[in-house]
Design a protein around this ligand. Sequence first.
Ligand code: CP
Length: 313
Amino acid sequence: MAVWRHKHLLGLADLTAEEIELVLSLAGPCKEIFGREIKKLPTLRGKTVITLFFEPSTRTRTSFEVAAKWLGADVVNLSVAQSSVAKGESFIDTAKTVEAAGADVIVVRHAIAGAAKLLAETVRCSVINAGDGAHEHPTQGLLDLYTIKERKGGFHGLRVVIVGDIMHSRVARSDIWGLTKLGAKVTVVGPPTLMPPGIETLGVEVAYELDAALARADGVNVLRLQLERQKKGLFPSVREYARLYGMNAERARRLPPDALIMHPGPTNLGVEITEEAACDPRAVITTQVSNGVAVRMALLYLLAGGKEDGLLS
Ligand code: CP
């Protein structure tokens, strides 16, 4: 079993396969908490987790809050729109202020790639990247990995298709790092204009036609179509995108019977995924959200230095 040596989590590119497996193995016991009547543990009592989100979030921010609270930590969610950022305070000064207010862990989301790294170089406390531009979203990657492992038992030889706007997707990058390190075969599928040049150097296959890729997939991760990119003319129309790359009932029928349908959320129903496909019995979209709490508990435990007598005691 690996030993955890990281102060921060900035990306899955920085973790070894053993370190990723360590987080996944700790997330298993954390998920047992869901079945308990009283969920609150004393593991991180006295620790303070502050979330600092410069972009909107439902799943990530909420699940970090639930995870930290179930572990007994105090949690503060800084509302950036109502903070002194609105008066012109810089990102760095905001982070230093948050640390001075007593943060042991800062969970940060920012539109700029590298923002979490900059923060980690600035503050003394731990930093978790909750999504930085199109760079990485490592805890989404970990919860996707956990969901696949939970349903499939492991990764070696598994074929995972990631479909959509690969170019702008931090989820795709974290999934690619994690899945390839753990031995899965990844195929990325999307329009050529949304496929970053050189992506195959990360060890993935590139395809532009979804139907053929689905026939052999053990799982398909459908990325949110970032509709704001539509303004840039990177694909002809949302309707055309849905026709060529959308996950729908017909495409779900092409998948092997035990394949997983995943989506990081939030979904644009009728665009990258139809309601029928999202409600397919093989879809695990809400399970991914629950698993996000378990994985984030495991990570907070590792970073915030839980008590020696164990995670769940
Ligand atoms: N998957 C994800 O990051 O969702 P939120 O934007 O709701 O946090």
